[in-house]
Write a protein that binds this ligand. Structure first.
Ligand SMILES: [Zn+2]
Length: 469
């Protein structure tokens, strides 16, 4: 929020005509004093948008693409930023060569749960020849679009946290709750050496985190998109066995025939889920998606496949994504009874390649963050975005995986939110970009959120009551 210079200064409400010139003198003095106090408007003028954009570009220019991200360079840059702002900083390596940068702005009441502003430093690789500009050049075009891998996912958010904190600090704001900023490695390859170890660490416990903000998605409309949950990946392989036979023979229970029946059944289920999305009854993240990703069958020959032989085995693989609102037991029953029934000589493996993520947290509750009155952080987010003249869309289930799941597993509320409105969704795509104006607007949004979150105290009494019970 921006203030006029006069707003924060005390002014006399009445004066007599004889003291008119004296009052003017006092007014000039007051104005002069106000101009020398820390004030957001002054800070903004000093820190022009071009230097804000240039710091964003510097972060984008560090090539942190998997599989060989320049993590140390990113960590050095972030720590130098933290020093320039006056934040406590440390670099933690749960695994050698994979630093997680943790910054802290201590609150005036350290007994209250803290705020964690989370982001990841790595990005996905690029196919440079399909880009209009160098993917790590951070080119700013004449429309104000900044092209770079990570401009949406999610170096924008990491830098916006820092810029928002920079402004709040220079405005003289003092948080009541402590604010942590973390910049973690390896999100794009599963987060095992980053968020997973961090969220389970002793350091994390001492931080006493009350709420986590993490990444969301760009929104092509004027509404920002908040995410309260995500779907868990289940990787399913089904295998059919049957008697081999001559290619000319019609008989029951061949492996191919049995597998095809299953594929047909999966296909019907997939269509029913997709219809819910097409008809607008459900969002993409709220349905179970199933996509066949491989088919393996046939008897190889030097020229291809043996054509006059029906094989004795056939396999198909599926990528399934299940929202926390779905019933996982019902899906497992469906797999056992319809997609791979023993009666059709079928077997299945769920979790081959290590993917069968739980849809429950460590306390047995569905892996999601409440978006109603029972979660004050949700209500405060709505309030903060509104205060900064932003619009928040309906909360959604993230269609893929993010590091938020590790924090939700610990029973913590985590909201996925990247303030990018009026922006095409280009994460992991060629020519990923973010407009300068949207980026700057996002900083104001975070300023508002951080202020509202870090000033929130009512929660304390609830927590005490909960502990006492
Ligand atoms: Zn991301």
């Amino acid at each position: 929020m921006r203030h006029s210079i006069l707003m924060d200064c005390p002014l006399p409400t009445s004066f007599s005509s004889t003291s008119h010139s004296f009052f003017l003198f006092v007014l000039v003095l007051l104005l002069n004093t106000c101009l020398h106090l820390p004030n957001p408007a002054v800070a903004l003028a000093e820190d022009s948008s071009s230097s804000i954009i240039s710091r964003f570009q510097q972060y984008l220019q560090i090539d942190t693409a998997q599989p060989s991200p320049r993590y140390q360079e990113a960590a050095d840059f972030l720590i130098s930023q933290a020093k320039s702002i006056g934040l406590e900083s440390q670099s933690i390596e749960f695994v050698d060569g994979k630093p997680l940068v943790l910054l802290k702005w201590a609150g005036s009441n350290p007994t209250l749960p803290s705020i964690l502003l989370y982001s990841h430093t790595d990005v996905v690789p690029v196919e440079q020849h399909k880009w209009a500009y160098p993917a790590f050049g951070a080119h700013l075009d004449s429309h104000g679009n900044i092209y770079a891998r990570g401009s949406q996912d999610m170096k924008c958010v990491g830098m916006q946290y820092l810029e928002a904190v920079r402004r709040l600090k220079s405005s003289g704001y003092q948080p009541i709750r402590s604010i942590y900023l973390s910049f973690a490695p390896d999100e794009e390859i599963g987060g095992h050496d980053g968020a997973e170890k961090f969220s389970a660490s002793d350091i994390f416990k001492t931080m006493n985190v009350g709420i986590v903000l993490d990444e969301g998605l760009a929104s092509p409309t004027e509404n920002y998109r908040p995410f309260y949950a995500e779907r868990s990946p289940w990787w399913l392989v089904i295998k059919a066995n049957g008697a081999p036979g001559h290619g000319a023979k019609l008989y029951d229970n061949s492996a191919m025939e049995n597998l095809l029946k299953s594929i047909e059944s999966v296909r019907r289920f997939r269509a029913s889920q997709f219809d819910l999305v097409k008809s607008g009854l459900k969002e993409e993240g709220e349905v179970i998606s199933v996509n066949m990703v491989f088919l393996k069958a046939g008897t190889p020959s030097p020229t291809g496949f043996v054509m006059n032989l029906q094989p004795s085995e056939a396999e198909a693989g599926f990528d399934i994504r299940i929202p926390p609102t779905a019933d996982p037991e019902a899906l497992e029953r469906r797999i056992a009874e319809e997609w791979a029934p023993v009666s059709r000589n079928m077997t299945y493996q769920l979790g081959q390649f290590k993917q069968k993520n739980t849809v429950y947290d460590n306390f047995g509750k569905p892996l999601l963050t409440k978006t109603d009155d029972s979660n004050p952080w949700w209500i405060l987010l709505e309030e903060a975005v509104r205060k900064a003249n932003g619009k928040l869309g309906k909360p959604e289930v993230f269609p893929a995986a993010t590091d938020s799941r590790y924090f939700r597993l610990q029973g913590l509320p985590a909201i996925g939110f990247s303030p990018m409105a009026n922006t095409p969704i280009l994460l992991h795509d060629h020519n990923e970009f973010l407009n300068k104006a949207e980026y700057l607007k996002g900083i104001e949004i975070y300023e508002s959120i951080i202020k509202v979150y870090a000033s929130y105290v009512e929660h304390a009494s609830n927590e005490v009551t909960k502990d006492e019970l």
